[in-house]
Design a protein around this ligand. Sequence first.
Ligand SMILES: NC(=O)c1ccc[n+]([C@@H]2O[C@H](COP(=O)([O-])OP(=O)(O)OC[C@H]3O[C@@H](n4cnc5c(N)ncnc54)[C@H](O)[C@@H]3O)[C@@H](O)[C@H]2O)c1
Length: 384
Amino acid sequence: MGDRVLGIAMNGVTGRMGYRQHLTRSVLAIRDAGGVELPDGSRVIPEPVLVGRSERKLRDIAEKHGIERWTTDLDSVLSDDGVPVYFDAQITHAREAAVRSAIAAGRHIYVEKPTASTLDAALELAKLAEQAGVRNGVVQDKLFLPGLIKLRRLLDSGFFGKVLSIRGEFGYWVFEGDGQPAQRPSWNYRAEDGGGIVLDMFPHWHYVLEHLFGPVRTVTARTATHIPRRWDEHGEPYEATADDAAYGIFEVGDGIIAQINSSWSVRVDRDELVEFQVDGTHGSAVAGLRSCRVQHRSVTPKGVWDPDAADPVRYREDWSHVPDNGEFTNGFRAQWEDYLRHVVLGTPFHHDLLSGARGIQMAEAGLLSSRTGRTVELGEVSST
Ligand SMILES: NC(=O)c1ccc[n+]([C@@H]2O[C@H](COP(=O)([O-])OP(=O)(O)OC[C@H]3O[C@@H](n4cnc5c(N)ncnc54)[C@H](O)[C@@H]3O)[C@@H](O)[C@H]2O)c1
């Protein structure tokens, strides 16, 4: 097979994720590197067609990066058989309608998480994609990060013995927007615009837990809106109607208890903005985005509770680093490369719309648990 150019309609490229991670660091980086190599030595070269609402912004991006085509008319690009893939990194609320149109036009689908705003809508999209026979995928970038790749290595080597528990800590202080501008878009703090930390982060925690440790069986969560008033991109005050923190407990796989705190109202006293501590019978690890530290049972210091004396043990010094042992590509780009191979060759791709729907199922269960004070079981969902 000779080299082939694969047209990709990219919607939402004026946004943070769409522009930085997906357009410049993934699709353009792959294009400029000559494409993705296939097993027969040929290459698939992605060619973006920018889609969005603002002509001016699209034209600026296109000119800056040498992109030939852009449009504000989604239907026109979806009806073009020369553009077989539709990618969506729009604000969450805008995703469902656009993805429906793309599936109806027979396009392969790749979307940011969450795949839709509700479980019902997410399952419907998964079902429509399956019925139409289009390849489909959802961004699950954290699995492609060095820290979690190292954690996977540890799991695969049996380092932990039996995994007992996971403690995840995610978050940082997002400025309210009065004194200093907020570093996240204001829609994230309005429930009516698809905001909220549960809808944003639980889909991530779901695929991390599921891919590394097993199916998530139950959710117990408490959400909060710690900061009720914020200031938007125009300096105008608004009421924060969405949750900005969530404290969750998840039963995973074979009796593993995971506890994950997510908060945009917390100041960081960690090495990385997210860290997962995994404790097992034979060893423990603390994995972040990039690094992963371990302690084996054979070198575990003995902690003895004695509040009356200074503790002689320097606990944090008794951990060692898992080495890189290679170069890591940007996580978004690595997943794009897998997805492009999946589209042209049909190679397995585990991050499909149904898997994305399970992430939303966990988010909805978290919100329900917080409202009712109950533990919510996650039943099996399907796209049929
Ligand atoms: N994978 C990740 O780590 C990750 C991280 C952050 C956000 N996300 C997801 O990516 C998506 C985009 O998030 P973002 O932070 O880039 O947002 P953003 O506000 O920076 O960008 C939103 C994009 O959607 C477009 N848009 C379409 N309709 C809109 C409307 N009615 N109002 C506002 N914008 C509209 C905007 O023009 C822009 O291109 C969200 O679904 C979010 O959940 C994923």
